[in-house]
Ligand binder design. Structure first.
Ligand SMILES: C[S@@+](CC[C@H](N)C(=O)[O-])C[C@H]1O[C@@H](n2cnc3c(N)ncnc32)[C@H](O)[C@@H]1O
Length: 242
């Protein structure tokens, strides 16, 4: 007989005990352990950042000292992130399809950098059981479409995809744009889930230019949302400072 799904599994309980906003934190931590996607001092874009556990993990990895001058993380999501975040993290409520590169670069203006070192995407479509793999592949295509304007040469990408018919194409496209690329399924990812993660290291813009884009990936640009880096300390001490 099939076993009922455990709602509060090991990773859920660990996340609660260790102060992470979600169990997803352990997916990024495990992938980081194997693939070294992020490093100290990096400027990171986290697409689909709500409720914020990847923001927490990335913030720690890029700026372990917790002092100024280290790395920064900009997160965007359709939903507002409600948790208290460290000072090196800013968020925008925005749709990755409707937000242009200019808006995202404007949000990092004060860092005096013109590209991100790493783009993370844990974006997931609203799953209906029909065509989720295509919706998920479309989200990955959006990430890859943003690379020429947003990712520095040599930069890294990590993105979630729900496996299905279009997945090999997305993987092929990533391999064409990065020096090395592959897929991984961390232990914290539920066995029943079709999600895997595609990683690419060493972005090669010249190759990206000749990599064909899938049809229909262009979107209209809405007015830019306003972004601000936090100028006041979080209400409760962020993770790592406790
Ligand atoms: C699995 S959650 C991300 C979890 C997050 N990485 C964490 O660790 O807390 C997926 C998120 O993708 C967001 N998302 C889906 N489509 C999006 C889009 N077009 N633009 C921005 N965010 C999107 C959803 O709102 C949702 O919050």
């Amino acid at each position: 007989m099939p076993q009922p799904r455990k709602l509060h599994d090991e990773f859920f309980l660990r996340a609660k005990a260790e102060g992470y906003a979600a169990r997803s934190a352990y997916k990024l931590l495990e992938i980081q352990e194997k693939r070294r996607i992020l490093k100290r001092g990096d400027l990171v874009l986290d697409l689909g950042c709500f409720p914020g556990s990847w923001l927490q993990v990335a913030s720690e990895l890029v700026n372990p000292s917790g002092m100024g001058g280290g790395g920064r993380v900009l997160g965007i999501d359709l939903q507002r992130v409600e948790i208290d975040l460290p000072g090196n993290v800013a968020t925008l409520v925005a749709d990755a399809f409707k937000t242009d590169a200019k808006t995202l670069l404007a949000a990092i203006e004060e860092t005096k950098r013109d590209r991100f070192d790493v783009i993370l995407s844990d974006m997931a479509p609203n799953t209906s059981g029909h065509g989720d793999d295509f919706l998920s592949a479309r989200l990955c295509d959006r990430v890859l479409d943003l690379c020429p304007a947003l990712l520095r040469p040599g930069g890294n990408v990590l993105m979630k995809v729900l496996e299905g018919e279009p997945t090999p194409e997305v993987i092929k496209r990533t391999k064409n744009m990065f020096r090395e690329a592959g897929t991984t399924k961390p232990k914290a990812s539920r066995d029943v889930s079709r999600e895997i993660f595609i990683w690419g290291k060493g972005y090669e813009p010249a190759r990206a230019l000749v990599t064909p884009k899938p049809a229909g990936s262009r979107v209209a640009q809405p007015p830019p949302p306003s972004a601000a880096w936090p100028d006041r300390p979080a209400k409760t001490p962020p993770r790592g400072s406790r």
